[in-house]
Design a protein around this ligand. Structure first.
Ligand code: AMP
Length: 253
């Protein structure tokens, strides 16, 4: 049974394109509704984001507590904290370029309860899962990653844009719609065999997360899961991750 609670962003009601009721099914949306205009590394998104509801359980590990996960996915599957989180995210049309609906999480950071709830939801999922590395992707993975890392007793490893890290780095290139980009990590920041969580604010096409996973796996790290606040499901980034689990609080599907 689909347990999704639709969380409408009040600030997008001025877009006539989005006044029609939405269906849960992506296929049922018209191309105009999808507005999959892409530019640089930013993608438009459906205005109707809803929380993902039933959180899939994270595989338990030795010493882990799967009961915490089950609690998250309990009964109706909809955590009441998600509504506030979703409505605290502002959508800015035509930023940074025309046609882009920018998901602005800075307004979430102004809402102390919503920000705390966001961190708590991730911590509840990852505490006791023997994760020793939280790898945050520049720049917004740097906002959510450190408090999660501290709360679960893991180190925080920044995955940075090129030429920002002063030490010796390893890097991974990935493709954008036009051209390529790169992320870098300090050599020695992680050890082979460590268990990592990769975190970013949003998954669109999944290219950024894929590069982060590859970078960590190249040095023998076990990427347990990727976590994002939001997923633009119509861009199918989840598929690009293959078998790698992705956990999101809010999804457009
Ligand atoms: P991708 O690699 O296509 O999954 O893109 C994900 C990265 O691009 C994340 O770091 C996001 O912060 C950023 N991004 C892509 N689309 C948007 C959007 N519509 N609003 C805000 N950030 C976006």
């Amino acid at each position: 049974m689909q347990q999704s609670l639709f969380l409408f962003h009040s600030h997008i009601s001025y877009l006539p394109l989005f006044t029609a009721p939405f269906s849960v099914s992506i296929a049922a949306r018209s191309p105009a509704q999808l507005r999959t205009l892409r530019l640089q590394n930013y993608r438009s998104v459906l205005p109707c984001l809803h929380s993902s509801g039933n959180f899939p359980p994270l595989d338990p590990v030795v010493g882990g507590d799967a009961a915490e996960d089950r609690q998250m996915a309990a009964e109706d599957g909809q955590d009441p904290r998600l509504a506030r989180i979703s409505s605290a995210i502002r959508v800015i049309p035509d930023f940074p370029k025309p046609g882009i609906l920018f998901q602005d999480i800075t307004t979430l950071l102004l809402d102390v309860k919503a920000f705390r709830d966001t961190i708590d939801l991730f911590v509840e999922r990852y505490k006791g899962k023997d994760i020793s590395v939280v790898a945050g992707i520049e720049a917004r993975g740097f906002i959510f990653g450190p408090p999660i890392a501290l709360a679960i007793g893991a180190k925080f490893v920044p995955m940075r844009k090129p030429n920002k890290l002063p030490g010796k780095v390893i890097s991974e290139e990935y493709s954008l719609e036009y051209g390529t980009d790169k992320i870098e990590m300090h050599v020695g920041a992680v050890e082979p065999g460590e268990r990592a969580l990769v975190i970013d604010d949003l998954i669109a096409t999944g290219g950024t997360l894929c590069a982060a996973i590859k970078l960590l796996e190249r040095v023998g790290v076990d990427v347990v899961e990727c976590a994002c606040l939001m997923e633009l499901a119509e861009l199918k980034g989840r598929e690009r991750l293959g078998d790698k689990p992705l956990f999101v609080l809010i999804s457009s599907a």
